[in-house]
Design a protein around this ligand. Structure first.
Ligand SMILES: [Zn+2]
Length: 492
């Protein structure tokens, strides 16, 4: 078990990680809301959560990892209304789609993946506790958390109540005692999912689920809480207030937040419908590339999104997996089973340095750099792409054992090594072809114009033209989806 240093957003400092129970990590990460296909921003949060999980595991800790699914939410209800189906049926469908995306990104299984719809008794119990302790109050079937009752409010986001009050533009809804008060339980409205509660039929607000789920599976105080930076306020601030007020104990000792993808010119604009979904990206390039892009940069820095990042990732994935193929061949064909190696120590030192990098606030790029140095040295001395070992040294059993250990650590800690490397190299060739053809990419205006033309063609029942446009978009790498409400969404 190695000592880990972690940047703690609660203190804005990199700190030595002290677990509640030595050798164990109680870890919670806010998962996706299952209202639609997840976009690559969600993918980034999922991959970084997985990276924290992997890193501690690889460094010898036992990790209990909880990542929730928000399957009851306003956005789900809105989408279900458009489709005229039951909200829970809608979210169940997209939860399955989300699980398929998760599988394509190579995430390790979590310990628990709770859903709101299956945590209602625990959520109600926690709200009852908050009401009993005068941190929450009920108005006509709605329960609100009273923010001024919790003195430490704002300690994560570094906001104080006074400035928050000034920041609120809309006039206070008259049932709220304070403008910052937030909802714990919403009264039933027609067409919404509902459960019985001491305050009548209704459903939970968003924030309370994470407090209740963390407590149910990890206890009142947890080691690490993770999410995207967009969740710091108000979501995580509210989670802290709910949990600490209800339990009378600190909620999470360490708070980790991942930065956003930076789209630059290719800014992601949801209103136009061109959200880059994980599904769309994976279909074009493969989940391994998305993982490579996100993992290679530090989780606290913004990642520049674009063709250059994809191109670099393709090359890195190829480099790693070509090495694995050549190494496997050399293990069988270029080995001296009786000799000892003088280079074993060098590999062991590299493994130790990689562990050091990962233990330093998950510095994957540092570990990756060392791994690439190892690849370069082994290619030079022992491996042969042309399978001709004439000018090469022979591997030895002790050296192979040190290399295998290093590969195993890197694989577990980063998830950047995939099975079936030959197939993956093939996949990278296809991805490279798609990337170069994306130079002929249509502009957003052109896409919107084509979609408008297609709508007219469809209205006129001119299906030949509407199919032509669909094919033209498909060739340009654009996937389109006709929604039940008559609109069409698209993604690269
Ligand atoms: Zn949460």
């Amino acid at each position: 078990m190695k000592e880990v240093r972690l940047y703690n957003n609660l203190t804005r400092n990199k700190e030595v990680f002290f677990p509640i129970t030595p050798g164990e990590v109680k870890f919670y990460s806010c998962g996706p809301t299952t209202y639609d296909y997840i976009h690559i921003g969600n993918g980034m949060a999922l991959i970084v959560g997985d990276l924290i999980h992997r890193c501690f595991k690889a460094l010898g800790y036992k990790v209990t990892f909880v990542r929730n699914f928000t399957d009851v939410d306003d956005k789900i209800i809105d989408k279900a209304k458009l489709r005229k189906i039951d909200p829970l049926a809608h979210s169940k469908e997209f939860l399955q789609e989300c699980e398929q995306d998760i599988a394509s990104l190579g995430l390790l299984p979590v310990t628990y993946a709770p859903k709101v719809s299956e945590t209602i008794p625990e959520i109600i119990a926690m709200i009852e506790e908050l009401v009993r302790k005068n941190f929450a109050y009920e108005v006509k079937g709605e329960v609100l958390f009273h923010v001024p009752a919790y003195a430490d409010y704002g300690k994560l986001s570094k906001k104080d109540l006074e400035s928050l009050q000034h920041g609120i533009r809309v006039e206070v809804e008259d049932h709220k005692k304070h403008p910052s008060d937030f909802v714990l339980w919403k009264p039933y409205k027609d067409g919404e999912p509902w459960w019985d509660s001491p305050w009548g039929r209704g459903r939970p607000g968003w924030h309370i689920e994470c407090s209740a789920m963390a407590k149910k599976f990890l206890g009142e105080t947890i080691d690490i809480h993770h999410g995207g930076v967009d969740l710091i306020f108000p979501h995580h601030e509210n989670e802290i207030a709910q949990s600490e007020a209800a339990n009378g104990k600190p909620f999470s000792h360490y708070w980790c937040h991942n930065e956003h993808l930076n789209f630059g010119k290719e800014k992601m604009s949801k209103s136009l419908g061109n959200v880059i979904t994980v599904r769309g990206f994976v279909e074009n390039y493969g989940g391994e590339i998305l993982r490579q892009i996100i993992t290679s940069a530090h989780y606290r820095s913004k990642i520049e999104w674009g063709d250059a990042a994809i191109d670099r990732a393709i090359r890195d994935v190829e480099r790693i997996h070509k090495f694995l193929i050549n190494y496997e061949h050399a293990k069988n064909n270029n080995i001296d089973k009786s000799a000892q190696s003088s280079q074993k120590k060098e590999i062991e030192n590299m493994l130790a340095s990689m562990q050091e990098e990962m233990a330093n606030d998950l510095n994957v790029s540092g570990a990756l750099g060392i791994f690439f140095t190892m690849i370069r040295n082994l290619n030079r001395d022992y491996l042969a792409e042309n399978l001709n070992y004439q000018n090469k040294k022979k591997l030895t059993v002790d050296l192979v054992s040190a290399i295998d250990q290093t590969i195993a650590f890197f694989k577990l800690a980063t998830g950047l090594i995939h099975d079936r490397p030959e197939q993956l190299i093939e996949k990278m060739n296809i991805a490279r072809g798609k990337l170069s053809s994306s130079d002929k990419k249509l502009s957003e205006e052109e896409i919107v114009a084509l979609l408008a033309e297609r709508k007219v063609a469809r209205g006129e029942r001119n299906f030949k033209r509407s199919d032509e446009i669909r094919d033209q978009l498909k060739t340009a790498g654009i996937t389109i989806k006709d929604n039940p409400d008559g609109t069409t969404s698209w993604s690269y």
